[in-house]
Write a protein that binds this ligand. Structure first.
Ligand code: F6R
Length: 256
């Protein structure tokens, strides 16, 4: 698929598409090329609504034999504290529904933070060690929160933060409310890869769709780089691309 030219004069190559499906196709093409060159690639995966079309496209390419994940490895970004792996709101359950149920990635090479770990600090250290042992992430897909969070690095997260236990903002819990049964609270804490950990991935591919992301996208690209806007730290990465739809890009013009 042809790629739209990046918007001029932004600190990160930023491509705007008329339909999120075009971004999903372009990123699936990039992943397909990576996996054919390097079948044992290490993929960093996000949950949430943003990557769903990409995951659907990837699953379709695996189904039709265009892509294989049989030798790949994955690391998910984050997990709620206190949720069992089979809880429908857990990110492990999300990934089973969104991708892993349909692709040939071996279960032993799908890495998750364990939200039920008794010792969160040890669990986060274990995850960092597994990441290093795997050689780091080759290709990381990311979404952006409405408050510009990246993974569960909420506003105030330093750019050199590592995998750790964090408190979630009320805004984040409210955004994720629909993923939980009505009689259950959204957990208040999570384990998340840190911004410093994420920035070590060799390639970052960030997507944001919809008007609810426009202010966060503007702050990330046009405001100062600061901890209050975690997504602004993505600008420090040497190989990052941002894919937006028209609504998420609407606040980027200088007089918006
Ligand atoms: C997902 C994650 C979050 C989401 C963000 C956007 O693992 O860590 O940072 O990427 O909250 O969520 P959606 O895509 O649902 O708008």
């Amino acid at each position: 698929m042809s790629r739209p030219a990046p918007l001029p004069q932004l600190p990160v190559p930023t491509r705007v598409v008329s339909d999120p499906r075009r971004a999903a196709l372009a990123l699936a093409d990039e992943l397909e090329a990576l996996l054919s060159r390097r079948p044992e690639a290490v993929l960093g995966l996000a949950t949430g609504h943003t990557p769903l079309l990409l995951y659907r496209e990837l699953a379709e390419r695996v189904r039709t034999g265009r892509v294989s994940l049989a030798r790949a490895t994955s690391f998910n970004l984050d997990e709620y504290v206190g949720l069992a792996a089979d809880h429908p709101g857990s990110f492990r359950a999300f990934m089973a529904r969104a991708l892993f149920g349909e692709v040939d990635l071996p279960p032993e090479r799908r890495h998750f933070l364990c939200g039920e770990a008794r010792d969160a600090r040890a669990e986060c250290a274990r995850y960092e060690a597994s990441l290093s042992a795997a050689g780091g992430v080759d290709w990381q897909v990311l979404g952006i929160g409405r408050n510009a969070h990246i993974a569960f690095n909420e506003p105030g997260s330093p750019s050199d933060s590592r995998t750790r236990r964090v408190e979630l903002c009320e805004e984040t819990r409210a955004a994720n409310r629909p993923d939980f049964p009505p009689d259950e609270e959204v957990p208040g804490e999570a384990l998340t890869m840190g911004l410093g950990t994420i920035l070590e991935a060799r390639r970052l591919r960030v997507m944001a769709f919809g008007a609810s992301k426009a202010a966060a996208v503007r702050a990330a690209l046009l405001g100062p780089r600061r901890d209050e806007v975690p997504a602004s730290h993505l600008r420090a990465h040497p190989d990052v691309e941002l894919w937006l739809d028209v609504d998420a890009a609407m606040a980027l013009s200088p007089n918006a």
